[in-house]
Design a protein around this ligand. Structure first.
Ligand SMILES: C[S@@+](CC[C@H](N)C(=O)[O-])C[C@H]1O[C@@H](n2cnc3c(N)ncnc32)[C@H](O)[C@@H]1O
Length: 240
């Protein structure tokens, strides 16, 4: 599990919502027909942005797995504000061990902006759990590394800077892949005099995982893997 989310959770909250804008329509198209008897699992659910959206676009019961206490706290607050607390079971736990506490048969899965945290065996456990647990004809949506970004250049990638105003301050995140499997970030708060009044460096393990990698991992399972949008992989369980 990645304990650094205790420190960066506040920044996650500021910068993550736009990443969800492009997932709203796919989520609605894939999960919109699931009724109250269906279950959708949100793996590495973070602050609950995906669980709230799932509750909006479907009538399903939702089960959210999230290891980090700070992120879970934000999730429970968000679920309550959205009026969907009664529909979402929040489980503490991490892949792979946390998979044991999930329902055996599910009607949908999402695993967004989290797959890169899982190294080899843990990632394989998640992908196999998805392939084995999905009901026939049902789908999982994962965000993956776009093919063009899979090979980090020697010396790492150029930094990406994101900024957003929070009251009188500006929150800034500067991040880059420092090398294979390693993401470096600096999380800063800047005041009106352009002084950096907080600066938190953070290094996280983050593997590049493409849709082709997912497909290759599940080659022996009765699933089809597609990439309808750059960086979005669908695992569809074939009908029996
Ligand atoms: C960048 S956040 C994304 C959160 C959420 N899925 C979203 O898209 O808004 C990554 C999340 O993955 C969680 N995570 C890290 N390692 C994990 C693991 N082994 N099993 C489950 N979740 C994990 C972190 O605690 C964090 O909440």
């Amino acid at each position: 599990m990645d304990a650094s989310y205790d420190i960066t959770a506040e920044f996650h909250e500021v910068f993550m919502p736009p990443a969800w804008d492009r997932l709203r329509d796919p989520l609605s198209a894939i999960f919109g027909d699931i009724g109250p008897d269906g279950v959708i699992v949100d793996i590495g659910a973070g602050s609950g942005l995906g669980s709230v959206l799932l509750a909006e676009v479907s009538e399903a019961e939702i089960v959210a797995l999230e290891p980090n206490t700070t992120m879970r706290s934000m999730m429970v607050a968000r679920l309550d504000t959205a009026g969907v607390l009664e529909r979402v079971t929040v489980l503490p736990g991490a892949v792979p061990d946390g998979l044991e506490g999930l329902p055996d048969r599910v009607d949908g899965v999402i695993a967004t902006h989290m797959l890169g945290h899982l190294a080899g065996a843990a990632r394989m456990s998640l992908l196999e759990w998805i392939a084995n647990s999905l009901a026939p004809g049902r789908t999982a949506l994962l965000t993956v590394t776009p093919e063009a970004a899979a090979e980090a250049p020697a010396g790492g990638t150029e930094p990406v800077v994101q900024e957003r105003a929070v009251g009188r301050f500006v929150y800034r995140v500067t991040s880059r892949m420092a090398g294979p499997g390693l993401m470096e970030g600096v999380f800063e708060v800047i005041d009106q005099q352009q002084e950096v009044i907080r600066s938190v460096p953070d290094t996280t393990s983050w593997e590049a995982v493409t849709a082709d990698d997912v497909s290759a991992s599940l080659a022996s399972h009765p699933v089809e893997v597609t990439e309808p949008l750059d960086g979005v992989a669908l695992i569809s369980k074939l009908s029996e």
